[in-house]
Design a binder for this molecule. Structure first.
Ligand SMILES: [Mn+2]
Length: 389
């Protein structure tokens, strides 16, 4: 019998076509593909048994072909070394009937190894693997919460009978009540899927929420692996380092299976937020802070100041710094303080309640995409919960 099983797991890479050229000499998209390649290199070097991508690798359901080619190319070393790759479909990648990997399968037929079958598996419906040493891995793509609950509870009820001594691992893409979103002021998502639905598993590792978190327990440990690098400024305050997981399940003759979980950090250009108030300038200290980063520069002050030559000069200096390669990218956001009250009143009248940014991001779907009834309910639930608070 084999005594250990090692796998690398990554989720929520959110490859976006419009990040291809983010700055004059910078592409966040390339940086994300580099993250994937470094994970692949690590898996090959350490002889991992498999690689699981746990959803939302692509940000959209229709990524352009060049991006799919870049993605599949970055997995090539895995294929060459016979490391099986499992891709679990996430909410950004499906509308419930079709998903972006259908195109990928087409691409697969022409490119890298024509004629060869790749060890590539698209998990668009729940799938179970049995691997030595007595490990059951259950993979669950994004579905409506009720379907996810039915799937996970049925599965462990069923598998409990025949596999008492096996290690039961769930890797999936879903929201769980009580998980914490990014954004500093943690927001607990109201949803119907609860921790107790996982009680038959030993370990539950999920994709979907970008803030990494692990809730260890004696019988069940569950959590989110988080995005491997910051996806936007909403994540700059995430408490845990960004990266992917290495999971190792080992068997000892006397104690049975045990697992260890490590985060492998991913290198990426840091995202920072800098706030300048009326009268502040780009001091040397601020410029040093911005150096080598993607910076969100928040300017807050009166309308007069925001429209002044002083602010125009700040913006010019930022553009020059980007051009010289001192700062990777600057996003300027302004907040007008002397019109704030009027704006706030308008917002309350129009939208009722302002949702937490990270919640909005999590639920964002193009209007034309009819899917995500679950997401909609969830947005409504969240609205109601906030209204009551
Ligand atoms: Mn997701």
């Amino acid at each position: 019998m084999k005594h250990s099983l090692t796998l690398s797991i990554l989720s929520d890479l959110h490859l976006r076509a419009n990040e291809a050229t983010d700055g004059p000499n910078y592409s966040r998209c390339d940086e994300k593909l580099d993250a994937l390649r470094s994970m692949v290199a690590h898996a090959v070097a350490d002889h991992h048994d498999m690689l699981i991508l746990a959803g939302d690798i692509f940000d959209s359901r229709e990524p352009p072909e060049w991006l799919m080619a870049g993605f599949i190319g970055s997995l090539e070393e895995c294929f060459k070394h016979g490391i099986h790759v499992y891709i679990i479909v996430g909410n950004h990648e499906t509308n419930g009937t079709s998903h972006c990997y259908m195109t990928l399968k087409t691409l697969e037929r022409f490119s890298l190894h024509p004629g060869n079958s790749w060890p590539l598996h698209i998990v668009d419906e729940p799938k179970t693997l049995l691997r030595e040493p007595d490990v059951l891995i259950h993979m669950v793509p994004y579905m409506k919460s009720e379907e996810t609950i039915a799937t996970v509870t049925n599965w462990w009820h069923h598998s409990l009978e025949e596999s008492k001594d096996r290690t039961k691992i769930l890797v999936g893409h879903c929201s769980v009540d009580g998980a914490e979103l990014s954004g500093g002021n943690a927001y607990h998502i109201p949803t119907v899927l609860r921790k107790h639905h996982f009680s038959g598993y030993d370990l539950v590792l999920l994709g979907h929420i970008h803030q990494r978190q692990l809730y260890p327990g004696e019988d069940l440990s569950w959590g989110y692996m988080g995005s491997p690098l910051h996806q936007d400024f909403g994540e700059v305050q995430d408490a845990f380092p960004k990266g992917y997981y290495e999971l190792c399940i080992t068997n000892s003759e006397y104690d049975g299976n045990d697992f260890s979980l490590d985060t492998i950090p991913v290198e990426s250009t840091p995202l920072i937020q800098v706030e300048l108030e009326e009268g502040d300038t780009l001091t040397k200290e601020v410029r040093t802070q911005m150096s080598g980063t993607i910076c969100k520069l928040m300017l807050s002050g009166s309308e007069t100041w925001l429209k002044s030559e002083e602010v125009a000069e700040i913006k010019r200096k930022c553009r020059a710094a980007v051009k010289k390669g001192k700062v990777v990218k600057v996003v300027v956001s302004t907040r007008c303080t002397d019109r704030e009250l009027v704006q706030a009143e308008e917002e309350v009248e129009e939208q009722g309640i302002k949702l937490d940014d990270s919640l909005q991001r999590l639920c964002k779907e193009k209007d034309k995409e009819a899917f995500l009834p679950d997401g909609r309910t969830y947005l409504e639930e969240a609205n109601n919960a906030l209204a009551k608070a």
